[in-house]
Design a protein around this ligand. Structure first.
Ligand code: SF4
Length: 70
């Protein structure tokens, strides 16, 4: 699994941090750090983070698909 956050789009709403705190973290007011290659057991929470992001900044690539929440 590969995670990419469009940091130009990210507005630091932190919804991803609530959905998947082990994978996304806000440092300071608006610097998002994240795990670009989370392990498979985090998939459910990563998917919730994708859905939760108000500006659709998170893209996830699984084994066979690339997608953003829609
Ligand atoms: S939910 Fe979206 S906008 Fe908010 S910090 Fe996460 S990636 Fe950025």
């Amino acid at each position: 699994m590969r995670v990419v956050v469009d940091l130009n789009r990210c507005q630091a709403y932190a919804q991803c941090c609530y959905a998947a705190p082990e994978s996304f973290e806000l440092r300071g007011a608006e610097i998002l750090v994240y795990d670009p290659a989370p392990t498979p057991e985090h998939r459910g929470r990563i998917e919730r983070a994708v859905q939760a992001c108000p500006v659709r900044a998170i893209s996830v690539e699984f084994d066979d698909t690339i997608g953003t929440a829609s």
